[in-house]
Design a protein around this ligand. Structure first.
Ligand code: ADP
Ligand code: MG
Length: 527
């Protein structure tokens, strides 16, 4: 029934409005093409950063803050995008970053290309539903083809080093080579590996500008941004016993604490005296137990910190709760919530606890007695360099974690995408009807990776793609770049490899967002 019909049946001349006057509505092909264009525009904005020769972006915020980066997720995050369809592509980058870390530019670029192909198919009068179904089939076949591309062999130190180097190549690393950083990153990943896999959360990254990037180092423990509560205690301890107190080390405020129900001045005094005794008793326990460093999440009473400091205990107050957890984890200390039940075995140990002063104080807790926790201490000449180096290192750590956890790596430099595209073209032959065209379009979309790697390296993208496809028929081949040199060779032989999961995740998240966007034929926005 038409809406006019519906209005008439409601008896009379009054039209029925279901949306406010301010609401805007775009329907059908207009809505579809507007969304597709928005998605493509987002993808285009990161495409030039792909690969070792990708360019960087400088992003300037309202307040004038500048970020210089090559990282897809960071670019989109800083871009302040508010078109709803464009935002969906931003989510592709976010979910890629959350799930596997690396491959954000690949995922977004692929999503954009799937949308371009979609647009082409719609122009050829192919129904969106048919395209969506074809894309789903292609996605399944593509994931299988990635499995086929997995390189034989164990993931040893050498493979992990190659994974890290591949993930970091092309990022701003402040003049140091990815190779020279890879050793520390691989060590970090191996150090936190257990039977249950790599404990990624046990690897922290702390940045500190003011030195050359070459001073970046692996710290076997935790670095926390904390200052001692009071000057005077030794700030460089070795073989330290460490306590973590998740409570205030202070007298309760009588007027705000509901526990105090006092009816007379005497009672109040009594109560305060009791509190003071608890504090004193606690202080005495800390001294008796020979605690060297105490991390307290709450406040520390002045007299208590004075007494402890005087006896050489390094006290930190108002410690961030994450920091408290990681110190506890690294040293094997229990996080004590109550002053009264404090025992010797609640304390942990560290080979060294040391405060160093940069712009702010940093405390290094190294060689802890319990679980392995490591920190990559990232240095760089300026904040910009340090931040971008941190992003590169994060990609390296994430990629190595994925490779170690899944045990599967695939050739990089576009070789996997070329292999998957070829497999899809073969698969397409067995797909009935118009869906076949969608499967072929999916294959064409995957070409965007090798094509863009060529383009960003200053080559003619079409010629390069033709050569690469031909080379792939004879065996594994990608567009491997080594410094200024670019050659069509087997990437595995050159140590250019990516985690299989990064490729799989990129295919999945790109397909999901492209099909979701393409299915929308009506955009209704309220004021
Ligand atoms: P993403 O955000 O998708 O990870 P990158 O800018 O990190 O984007 O580029 C990743 C792509 O660059 C991958 O396809 C990877 O295989 C490729 N790559 C990395 N190192 C090289 C190299 N030396 N030669 C050619 N391709 C490389
Ligand atoms: Mg990358």
């Amino acid at each position: 029934m038409s809406s006019e019909g519906a209005q008439r049946r409601r008896g009379g001349a009054q039209p029925l409005f279901i949306m406010s006057e301010d609401a805007e509505r775009t329907s059908g092909e207009d809505a579809q093409s507007a969304n597709i264009e928005a998605g493509k525009a987002v993808a285009e904005s990161v495409r030039t950063t792909l690969g070792p020769r990708g360019m960087d972006k400088m992003l300037v915020s309202d307040s004038g803050d500048v970020v210089i980066t090559n990282d897809g997720a960071t670019i989109l995050d800083e871009m302040d995008i508010d078109h709803p369809a464009a935002e969906m592509l931003v989510e592709v980058a976010e979910s890629q970053a959350d799930d596997v870390g690396d491959g954000t530019t690949t995922a977004v670029t692929l999503a954009g290309e799937l949308l371009s192909e979609f647009e082409r198919l719609l122009e050829d009068e192919i129904h969106p539903t048919t395209v969506v179904q074809g894309y789903k089939k292609a996605e399944r076949a593509a994931l299988e083809a990635v499995d086929e591309a997995v390189v034989d062999g164990e993931i040893d130190e050498e493979t992990l080093t190659e994974i890290v180097t591949t993930a970091m190549t092309g990022k701003g690393t402040g003049g140091v080579t990815p190779e020279s950083l890879a050793g520390d990153i691989v060590t970090a990943v191996r150090r936190v590996e257990t039977d249950a896999g790599v404990d990624r959360d046990a690897i922290s990254i702390t940045t500190q500008p003011g030195s050359s990037a070459g001073a970046t180092e692996l710290v076997e423990g935790v670095i926390a941004e904390e200052s001692p509560a009071r000057e005077g205690a030794p700030s460089d301890l070795s073989d330290a016993s460490v306590g973590v107190l998740d409570a205030d080390l202070d007298q309760a405020e009588p007027d705000v604490d509901a526990e105090w129900q006092v009816s007379s001045r005497d009672q109040l005094d009594e109560a305060l005296a009791a509190e003071r005794e608890r504090l004193e008793a606690f202080t005495q326990t800390v001294l008796d137990l020979d605690i060297d460093a105490l991390f307290v999440t709450g406040d520390v009473n002045d007299q208590v910190s004075a007494a402890l400091t005087q006896d050489g205990v390094l006290v930190f107050d108002s410690v961030d709760s994450d920091t408290a957890s990681s110190v506890a984890k690294a040293t094997g200390a229990a996080q004590i919530g109550d002053l009264d039940d404090f025992e010797a075995d609640d304390f942990g140990s560290a080979e060294s606890v040391r405060v160093e002063t940069f712009d702010d104080d940093l405390v290094f807790v190294e060689g802890g007695g319990d679980t392995e926790t490591v920190t990559l201490f990232v240095r760089g000449g300026t904040g910009h360099v340090t931040d971008e180096l941190e992003r590169a290192i994060r990609d390296g750590v994430d990629a190595a974690t994925e490779a170690a956890d899944t045990g599967e790596v695939v050739p990089g430099a576009g070789a996997t995408e070329l292999h998957v595209a070829a497999a899809l073209r073969e698969e397409a032959a067995s797909v009935e009807g118009r869906e076949q065209l969608a499967v072929e379009a999916f294959a064409d979309a995957l070409d965007v990776v090798p094509r863009t790697l060529a383009q960003n390296a200053g080559q003619d993208p079409i010629d390069a793609l033709v050569d690469l496809r031909a080379a792939n028929e004879d065996g594994r081949a990608g567009l491997v770049q080594n410094g200024e040199e670019t050659a069509i060779v087997d990437p595995v032989g050159e140590g250019v490899v990516d985690p299989a999961s990064v490729k799989q995740e990129a295919i999945q998240s790109a397909t999901e967002s492209a099909t979701m966007l393409a299915r929308i034929d009506d955009v209704i926005s309220a004021e």
